[in-house]
Design a protein around this ligand. Sequence first.
Ligand code: UD1
Ligand code: MG
Length: 452
Amino acid sequence: MPVAVVILAAGQGSRMKSNLPKVLHEVAHAPLLAHAMLSAQSIEAARIVVVTGHGGEEVGTAATAFAPDVAIVSQDEQLGTAHAVQQASEALADFDGDVIVLYGDTPFIQEDTLRRMLDARQNGAGVVVLGFEAQIPGRYGRLVTDADGGLDAIVEAKDASPEQLAITLCNSGVICADRANLFTLIDAVGNDNASGEYYLTDIVGLARAKGQTCAAITCTEAETMGVNSRADLAAADAAFQIRQRADALENGVTMHAPDTVFFAYDTYVGRDVVIEPNVVFGPAVTVETGALIRAFSHLEGCHISQEAVVGPYARLRPGAEIGNGARVGNFVEIKAAFIGEGAKVNHLSYIGDADVGDGANIGAGTITCNYDGVFKHKTVIGKRAFIGSNTALVAPVRVGDDAMTGSGSVITSDVPDTAMAISRAKQANKPGLALRLMNRLKAAKAAKNKDK
Ligand code: UD1
Ligand code: MG
């Protein structure tokens, strides 16, 4: 049975105190909205519809950037959650199957939970709601159950009686129903309530009145965590990191101080990788089996092959591709560059827009001068080439296979294979000059002091 997911993302999120729409604030380098979209993708949703409102254009652009085939619909006035879902009815008019409603500000709904909801639908429930036991039920909608544990109604806190307020089983907001049933029920929702809003939650009572059974599936409160403020955002990031670190350890990654390692939403780390303390992953990093990421390294948009060693204090930027067994040492920055198998860039270098051959050795302080102020140019370094310390490679330039450059050289033209290039002033030794100079300076200082 195909599933469609509608993600509500029209709200303003005023408590974020931000110019950025709330759902575009990031957890682990992906917007909150993208996390909700990942939940939808985890159950292979055939359609995803994002309902936008505040900052709609920006939100729509971000959603499409993350998954090009999402449908974006707009809710011009925020009249309530039922009204928000109603905006998706046209986009789903030709869809046959179940629809799940998620919130764009609720990033952690798990695949297993959604599958349990779909199972409950298959077992005959007209409407399935995701509930949780709330520590502090506060403003959450309360799930009113009958003697058999079936779901009778959802009552918003503002509209609840004192007995209903005492209920601790609360509504997460995630709801599932057959497409045709969902939109028929929503058409019957009114706004005669304490908030004057069209409540999506009313569809449970309406379904019951039609003789349908409804069911509540539960998950932990942590899973339904929503983000309304910067403090919530920080807490969500922390929760994400805790889960990701546990997953990495479970999958065979060694971390001596996991609490100091920060993953992105899409970090991939193979087994038997060792990650030392204080390593930060930006988006789009993959680390293959047996690699070692040493302390205080920062990695984004890069790929590290097997048995490579990175850091300590390395910075890998987008397009860094580190070959098998290669070494990238301390205070080395690499951007859009391929470092060949077994090649070494061990100290204090910038390698950008470059191709470094297998087994090459890049001396300390080597810089690829890749930018002329307008254009970027490429540096190619051959296999087994030896680049002397403090070489400046002025791109575009090629150093051949088995070639060398002398320390301190500024290389502006290609170096043929096996050649040695030296471009620096020739050294001249002046016998005794150092001592004579020093004596002259000391004498001058003594004369000056005598004058005082
Ligand atoms: C809603 C539920 C409540 C549940 C709680 C869980 C209703 C009526 N109430 O209440 O039972 O316990 O979530 O957090 O559904 N949105 C729109 N357009 C609108 C209104 C809302 O897109 O017109 C979006 C919001 O941006 C938000 C989500 O829907 O992401 C929920 O809306 P919100 O106003 O936070 O609902 P609550 O009052 O918290
Ligand atoms: Mg809310």
